[in-house]
Design a protein around this ligand. Structure first.
Ligand SMILES: [Mg+2]
Length: 347
């Protein structure tokens, strides 16, 4: 099999939020081969990501056998080394890598989850519990059958913010009842003192983790949280490559790692991260894990899968398994199982 073309576009997502995901948005990559098989992957980086692909990655891939994905990843990473060890370039590489995995599964005629699981067997066809991420919609999500929740509480600021966050968590616990998983996400907006105060205040509220409380560069702050927080700290949503995750693991910086497969370097890196975390006591719980790009890793490699709800505005990705009564079931369609209507996209 040989790669004959590589195309990328930034699909318009009508209801995407007005933040960096719109401006530096999600990109779609299609890789065609001489067998007629087409692989699809989603990454990030918007127009800049597409520029990286067109200026550098495309010419390195045309004419190449797409099968040795891990070797290809290393070659592309090396090409981008002077400018691309983190951020937009790795987001672009993620889309290419996922498209190659889609091809690998399609060529084998099997879902990627099965290829990852090997003899152990995957959870394809098995309903998996999910959690949903909410800002203001907790009651509605609970009413529609969701049974695990993450509260975005980063908007709280000022001297009263600890009290307000604790009040929000308390009210959430009252609503969902005991035993229902509840997490909070601060999206890099807090400082050490705020985080420790929230963590101490949450001790009796059954919070499974506090997510990304500090800016990513505050390593000293995270090391103190690792020692002093009574609630597990989650992170890694905005980290890139398995090498960087190895550092997080070595430092025991987080108890829950949340790589985003469309940003961190693709499935090749997510697989490495799962394997590196094995036996360390650190949990891997991918960001947006219910989207088809990640879900195969959760269904193929994760001992305790808890996929996070995906992003509803990415309606241009067809074939996404729905979440019904809080559960998601991966189908046995080959590859990553997505359906892309190219006629509807500027591919
Ligand atoms: Mg988050």
């Amino acid at each position: 099999m040989k790669i004959t073309s590589l195309r990328g576009c930034q699909p318009i997502a009508e209801n995407s939020p007005a933040d960096w995901r719109t401006t530096i948005g999600q990109i779609l990559v299609a890789i065609e081969t001489d067998t007629g098989l087409v692989g699809y992957g989603v990454g990030g980086g918007g127009a800049a990501g597409i520029h990286v692909i067109e200026a550098e990655l495309r010419s390195a891939l045309i004419g190449r056998d797409p099968s040795p994905i891990e070797e290809i990843w290393d070659d592309l990473y090396e090409l981008m080394l002077p400018y691309g060890q983190r951020g937009i370039a790795i987001m672009a590489l993620s889309a290419v890598d996922l498209a190659l995995w889609d091809l690998r599964g399609k060529e084998a005629g099997r879902p990627v989850a099965d290829l990852l699981a090997g003899d152990q067997g995957s959870r394809v066809g098995e309903p998996l519990p999910t959690y949903i991420t909410v800002w203001d919609g907790l009651a509605e999500a609970f009413a529609t059958g969701h049974r695990a929740f993450k509260l975005h509480v980063e908007r709280n600021s000022g001297p009263e913010r600890v009290a307000r966050v604790l009040d929000t968590v308390h009210q959430a616990r009252e609503l969902v009842g005991p035993g229902v998983p509840l997490m909070v996400d601060a999206w890099m907006k807090w400082d050490l003192d705020t985080t420790l105060a929230v963590a101490e205040g949450c001790q009796d509220l059954g919070v499974d983790w506090i997510e990304e409380p500090l800016p990513l560069h505050d390593i000293d702050g995270y090391l103190r949280l690792a020692r002093e927080s009574p609630i597990p700290i989650a992170g890694g949503e905005h980290e890139y490559t398995a090498r960087a995750f190895q550092t997080l693991i070595d430092q025991r910086l987080h108890q829950v790692l949340q790589p985003d497969v469309c940003w961190c370097g693709g499935l090749t890196e997510l697989v490495k991260i799962y394997r590196m975390a094995q036996g360390t006591g650190i949990r891997v719980c991918p960001h947006r894990g219910a989207e088809p790009w990640s879900l195969h890793a959760l269904a193929g490699l994760d001992p305790d899968p808890l996929p996070e709800s995906g992003r509803p505005w990415m309606t241009w990705v067809g074939g996404q398994p729905p979440i019904i009564d809080g559960k998601i079931t991966l189908s046995d369609r080959p590859g990553l199982g997505v359906e892309i209507d190219e006629d509807a996209l500027p591919l």
